[in-house]
Design a binder for this molecule. Structure first.
Ligand code: CTP
Length: 445
């Protein structure tokens, strides 16, 4: 009996897939198909797969061409499978020509001709090619534009500079509008990248018009305003999403799950630091009237770490802040107290420190080196160093592509499942309010 194996994502199964499977089956007597898991696809840069693994496996099975469906979960699995199943022929479409020649010492490798004119990517973006507007200029705008290229199904078409200088190269495909209203009249979704104190108003105007919003973090400077935006999005049936890239890092999500499973016992302390001294930064960075300062710039990241690990209802928060004469905080330290744990958080734009994350527990600790907010790796460390474990996950480029992918998926599916939780987002805005209004327990030095 000749055994054949092939692999693929098989999202929104189409006739190209069917042709491939039929030709693969014809190469032998028994056909095994490896369908890629969500995590494996993510690590390969396939970020917008629409169907779940179970749905894709069921669709492959339903073709009636396949004898066995398995899951492909990791790099290097193909060799293991070929040996385990006693495979004679490995096959795949000609778009992969040459890429799997390394398997030829283990079995015969055959590249089948690919069906022209159809692909999952094309089906996913059919009728859904969304136009995205950007409101506001910041130092990370060029990164956002660069990263958006990795996301099919959405294109940045308009930009509104919100009164700030546009001292960067704008692609020819992007029209610069003179008002926010003009931008909104031309797009399906908007990235609110304005200064912190304007975000609430800008998001509100867009949501009222039924436009999906991805807002920079923090989304508002009071909890009530943040709450209002989520309620408005629900009422209008659109997606409102906080763009805090750590929330979309696979490593961070896996770390949280591992901690909930007791990997280091009971978590007692979270220490997180985010600082930068970048000279060419957001125009409002040192402007209190525009919501600038260290906490507004970096606070969300460290607060999000504490909320994700210790819960979004700390008993109290103390702030120690070092400000300039005009009141802009250059460095702010937060001590968040929980019933049986605490978080020490540091945000700085005028003071530089080591941007690491340390989570201490009763059975060990987790260490994430700088810049932990763009983490692709973490380490679980124990008293007995032989039990230490390192965990690696993909996090390409600036990581913005992951938040954008989840935003687009949220719009396409109408579900907030993959997005930063509304409660955490409101809690972050609440901490901003506590500090910026001066109502919190603040010590100025
Ligand atoms: N395939 C094919 N003809 C097509 C599309 C895919 O023969 N028109 C083959 C691929 O070469 C691969 C298998 O089907 O061997 C599974 O491919 P997959 O990557 O899941 O499908 P695509 O449609 O190429 O997906 P995407 O657009 O997401 O890359």
């Amino acid at each position: 009996m000749t055994k054949v194996i092939t692999y693929g994502t098989f999202d929104l199964l189409h006739f190209g897939h069917e042709n491939l499977l039929r030709a693969a089956k014809a190469l032998g007597d028994y056909l095994i198909v490896g369908v890629t898991s969500e995590d494996f696809d993510r690590s390969r840069g396939k970020l917008l797969v629409q169907q779940s693994l179970a749905e894709r496996m069921a669709a492959v099975k339903a073709t009636g061409l396949v004898d066995e469906v398995i899951v492909e979960e990791y790099e290097g699995q193909k060799i293991d499978d070929i040996k385990r199943y006693g495979v004679d022929i490995f096959t795949v479409g000609s778009d992969w020509k040459g890429r799997f020649d390394y398997l030829s010492p283990f079995c015969k490798v055959v590249y089948l001709s690919r069906t022209e004119g159809v692909s999952s990517t094309e089906l996913r973006s059919k009728g859904r090619n969304m136009s995205l507007g950007v409101a506001g200029v910041s130092a990370s705008l060029h990164k956002f534009m660069e990263e958006s290229r990795y996301i099919s199904g959405c294109e940045i078409t308009h930009l509104f500079a919100d009164g700030d200088a546009l001292d960067m190269q704008i692609p020819e495909t992007v029209s610069v509008t003179d008002t926010y209203e003009n931008l909104l009249s031309s797009v399906d979704a908007v990235y609110v990248n304005t200064s912190p104190e304007r975000r609430y108003a800008y998001s509100k105007i867009a949501l009222e018009k039924g436009i999906h919003v991805l807002s920079e973090t923090p989304v508002a400077l009071t909890a009530k305003e943040a709450e209002e935006l989520y309620a408005l999005a629900k009422e209008k049936g659109v997606i409102f999403c906080e763009g805090l890239k750590t929330a979309y890092s696979l490593a961070f999500q896996r770390m949280v799950l591992l901690l909930r499973g007791g990997a280091i016992g009971s978590v007692k302390s979270v220490e997180a630091t985010c600082t930068s001294l970048a000279p060419a930064h957001s125009p409002w960075l040192f402007d209190t009237t525009r919501g600038g300062g260290a906490l507004a710039e970096w606070g969300s990241y460290v607060i999000y770490a504490a909320l994700s690990l210790l819960g979004n209802k700390p008993e109290s928060i103390r702030y120690i802040t070092n400000s300039k004469e005009d009141g802009v905080d250059l460095y702010t330290k937060l001590l968040m107290l929980y019933p049986k744990a605490e978080a020490t958080l540091k945000a700085g734009i005028g003071v530089k420190s080591e941007g690491e994350l340390i989570i201490s527990g009763t059975k060990g600790y987790i260490y994430v080196p700088a810049p932990w907010w763009k983490m692709d790796y973490f380490e679980v460390r124990k008293e007995d160093i032989r039990l230490n474990r390192k965990y690696f996950y993909p996090f390409e480029g600036e990581g913005i592509r992951y938040e954008l992918a989840e935003f687009i998926k949220g719009i396409q599916s109408g579900s907030r499942a993959g997005l930063l939780a509304e409660e955490d987002s409101i809690a972050i805005a609440g901490v901003m309010e506590d500090f910026l209004s001066g109502k919190g327990h603040i010590t100025k030095i």
